[in-house]
Design a protein around this ligand. Structure first.
Ligand code: XMP
Ligand code: MG
Length: 182
């Protein structure tokens, strides 16, 4: 598996330190509140688990699974809810947790949905931000790392459902995905 990786962009240690830092930030942000943390499956799972361990205040957790139609490596903007929340969001302070924002289409769909459901506040924390891919007008409130316009895997991010269990973020060797986009 590690042999498929061309280079490591963000090491396990860097991710660990970042989760601690962001967890502290969220503790200050939400102290005295009872936010609902919403993990976007499946990619955000390791990040959510690691970051929330460093939040030292009450927090509720729920998950949403959405899939976007389109190619293997790019979302189309047409989002389908595969698993919805079990929790009412009306009047709640929401913290959406994502693995990566690329085009921003997935998140902008979710933000619109939660506004429609009358959330009190909506904040976004993303481990990775790929600003060069952005087509939707959306910005994360908290970003772990900016990444260049390359397809990245590991720490939740997959290629054909593989590599989510890598402890670091890396770039695949082109031979793995054939070098083409779709
Ligand atoms: P959008 O474009 O809607 O994309 O912001 C968000 C979702 O697209 C996937 N994505 C990636 N997955 N490596 C991945 O493994 C990448 O470089 C990448 N860029 C986008 C991911 O599922 C993300 O939640
Ligand atoms: Mg995702």
């Amino acid at each position: 598996m590690h042999n498929d990786i061309e280079k490591v962009l963000i090491t396990e240690e860097e991710i660990k330190a970042k989760c601690q830092e962001l967890g502290r930030q969220l503790t200050e942000e939400y102290d005295g509140k009872f936010p609902l943390a919403i993990g976007v499956l499946k990619g955000a799972m390791p990040f959510m688990s690691d970051i929330l361990r460093h939040v030292e205040t009450y927090i509720e957790m729920d998950f949403m699974d959405v899939s976007s139609y389109g190619g293997k490596m790019r979302s189309s903007g047409e989002v389908k809810i595969v698993k919805d929340l079990n929790t009412q969001v009306e009047g709640r302070d929401l913290l959406i947790i994502e693995d990566i924002i690329d085009s921003g289409l997935t998140l902008s769909y979710l933000v619109d949905l939660f506004k429609y459901r009358k959330a009190r506040s909506i904040k976004i924390v993303t481990l990775l931000d790929k600003p060069s891919g952005r087509t939707a007008k959306i910005k994360a409130d908290i970003v772990g790392f900016e990444v260049p316009n390359e397809f990245v895997v590991g720490y939740g991010l997959d290629y054909e459902e593989k590599y989510r269990n890598l402890p670091y973020i890396g770039v695949l060797k082109p031979r793995i995905y054939g070098g083409e986009e779709e």
